[in-house]
Design a protein around this ligand. Structure first.
Ligand code: 13P
Length: 340
């Protein structure tokens, strides 16, 4: 394992206050988002949409890495140029989602475990050869009546650690994504307690599997109350709860924490990230960055709607969101930025 090379990759992803564009939706998820907007759910529509994303002018000024899925890493622009080449030439590091999705966890009703370890070593090798330099694996933890169970947390943390160790051996920086999901009526405090337990378990497993913390990225949820909770916290309450939870549970050797957006609106995700950096940035051991999918892409997708005539406007909306989040990394984002 070449830890120095992994560290360099991790640094490059977040240099100049950049972040990650997660564009690794599975075919099923992408189709669902297309269906809501009346976009055809075809291979060609997905390809055209991903071409729109990777060719957005100026994207590399605020995006250091893009996470692709297996379908996309093998796709090309309409002129035949592979997407991966487009990204590399723009100075954006290509990444790849390598998990095989969250499946029912046996013996644990309503809970899931992420699969995909079988054959992973060979797939990582292939992706590295193709040009990918980082990878992603997402585990899903739900909060509910008596949930999450210890068995669910433990099984997911163990799989994340096995994946991360294999990635590092293959020269890929693992993005370790334990997502405590927002669905439900839980409070901010309940989310903090669960996030804390999940992170402690994940880092204990990463330690057991000898993962070099300097050569990985954590992609967690922010500490939020559930979408159905009557009491929604202020920006400062979210910033306090999230940063305090992470200071206790995330070792200082980890170079970067890149949040998922989890279903927050694009503006709210930027505002939360901004509040954390504005208030705490100077005293944190890791950078607080973003690895959003919906909170970067959704406005662009809604403008595009599958029509060629809307491509430029959709690309401008995408780059705008990426710039807002870059500003949030600096603690310089404001609602004024939304008045374009
Ligand atoms: P969201 O930002 O839409 O939560 O997606 C992040 C992600 O990559 C999910 O795995």
């Amino acid at each position: 394992m070449n830890v120095q090379q992994l560290e360099e990759t991790a640094r490059a992803l977040f240099a100049h206050d950049k972040g990650l564009l997660a564009m690794d939706e599975s075919t099923g998820t992408c189709n669902k988002r297309f269906e809501k907007l009346g976009i055809p759910q075809t291979f060609e529509a997905r390809r055209a949409y991903r071409e729109l994303l990777v060719t957005s002018p100026g994207l590399s000024e605020s995006i250091g890495g893009a996470i692709l899925c297996d379908e996309t890493i093998r796709q090309q622009k309409s002129d035949g140029t592979p997407f991966i080449k487009v990204l590399i030439e723009a100075g954006i590091v290509p990444g790849i989602k390598v998990d095989a999705g969250a499946k029912e966890l046996a013996g644990h009703p309503s809970e899931k475990v992420t699969e995909g370890l079988d054959g992973l070593r060979d797939r990582l090798h292939e992706y590295f050869q193709m040009g990918a330099r980082f990878a992603k694996w997402r585990a899903m933890i739900a909060i509910g009546d008596g949930l999450p169970s210890w068995g669910c947390i433990e099984a997911n943390a163990h799989a994340l650690a096995r994946y991360a160790a294999l990635c590092q051996q293959a020269g890929l920086v693992p993005v370790v994504e334990p997502e405590v999901i927002m669905d439900g009526g839980h409070t901010l405090q309940q989310c903090r307690v669960v996030t804390d337990e999940v992170l402690r378990t994940v880092f204990s497993e990463l330690f057991a599997q000898r993962v070099a913390l300097e050569g990985m990225i954590l992609k967690p949820n922010m500490v939020l109350s559930g979408t159905a909770c009557a009491s929604q916290p202020t920006l400062d309450e979210v910033a306090d709860a999230t940063v305090n939870c992470f200071l206790r549970a995330v070792p200082a050797a980890v170079p970067a924490i890149a949040f998922l957006s989890g279903g927050q609106s694009a503006e709210l995700a930027s505002a939360h990230l901004n509040a954390m950096n504005m208030r705490f940035k100077s005293r944190l051991p890791w950078v607080l960055a973003f690895s959003f999918a919906r909170a970067i892409q959704q406005p662009a997708l809604e403008i595009w709607k599958g029509h060629e005539a809307n491509i430029l406007a959709a690309q401008q909306a995408l780059v705008h969101r990426a710039r807002c989040n870059q500003a949030a990394r600096r603690g310089e984002y404001s609602a004024e930025m939304e008045k374009r």
